[in-house]
Write a protein that binds this ligand. Structure first.
Ligand SMILES: Nc1ncnc2c1ncn2[C@@H]1O[C@H](COP(=O)(O)OP(=O)(O)OP(=O)(O)O)[C@@H](O)[C@H]1O
Ligand SMILES: [Mg+2]
Length: 258
């Protein structure tokens, strides 16, 4: 469904991604892990051309259903963004316009892709918000982004990403601001939606426990390169690359007795 091929990206003269190649199959969850600054967010933003003006793609392709998104026109990208591929940013506030109430943003996002009434949109959103343990959905819909806490904003951004039932969700640290019980609930909601409508997820996370729980396959990024990828279980139990060994040795992984 998604194939990143030999992607190299630089900010000015500094190259931060080196020939990155990854594949996400329909319905699967692929986790990308790696230390801070290794290029995970840059890679994720590159997929939809959201890296900003200072970034340059030096080479490579991002194939979605065989179509290279890096050469797609703005109109086609707009259709794909949100509707087919949704993204949750690492800083949840980046998913929102700061001066527009959440409810209105939700409705505008949905209306850009689907003919759905405001009432139906809000109803769908209320269900998603409740699934993610956010009480008072109406208050949230009636709030500005700055009126929500970081953890609330993160969940609302995730709900907004999922309300259109995208075929692929790009999620950059989607549970980093949440405490563990809420995190578990949010993960369960993502897994449920994935099961219900076959969404694929490309998940960037620092949390090896989250990767182990959610992802069938895992890729390890180190200084802008993918140094290892394969079945999550395989990598966690027998990491092949020196950096993966250090990364995995440094965290207790749930269920492995470490
Ligand atoms: N807009 C930008 N302009 C210039 N350099 C950038 C920009 N965004 C990221 N970088 C640089 O690119 C490199 C990769 O950053 P990136 O944010 O992709 O890493 P990351 O793996 O997501 O890190 P973290 O785990 O801390 O989120 C870093 O050296 C960073 O300083
Ligand atoms: Mg990042």
């Amino acid at each position: 469904m998604l194939e990143i091929k030999d992607l190299s990206v630089a900010y000015g003269s500094k190259r931060v991604l080196h020939d990155v190649s990854l594949k996400v199959e329909p319905g699967e969850i692929l986790a990308v892990v790696g230390e801070s600054g290794s290029g995970k967010s840059t890679m994720l933003r590159s997929i939809l051309g959201l890296n900003g003006g200072s970034a340059a793609v030096e080479r490579g392709q991002v194939l979605f259903d065989g179509r290279d998104l890096l050469t797609a026109g703005e109109k086609e990208l707009r259709r794909i963004r949100g509707g087919e591929i949704a993204m949750v940013f690492q800083q949840p506030a980046q998913s929102f316009d700061p001066v527009t109430k959440i409810g209105r943003q939700v409705y505008e996002t949905v209306r850009a892709h689907e003919k759905l009434s405001k009432a139906d949109t809000y109803e769908k959103m209320r269900t998603l918000l409740a699934d993610m343990k956010l009480p008072e959905p109406d208050r949230i819909l009636n709030s500005y982004p700055f009126e929500l806490s970081g953890g609330m904003c993160q969940r609302v951004a995730l709900a907004l990403a999922m309300v259109l039932k995208p075929r692929l969700l790009l999620a950059d640290e989607p549970t980093s601001a949440l405490d563990v019980t809420v995190q578990a609930q949010v993960i369960a909601t993502m897994m449920k939606l994935r099961e219900n409508f076959g969404m694929s997820i490309l998940l960037v996370t620092h949390n090896i426990g989250v990767a182990a729980h959610m992802a069938g396959r895992m890729a390890v990024m180190y200084r802008g390169s993918i140094v290892e990828q394969g079945e999550t279980r395989q990598i966690l139990s027998a990491p092949a690359h020196e950096y993966s060994r250090r990364l995995i040795a440094s965290v207790p992984v749930i269920g492995t007795g470490r």
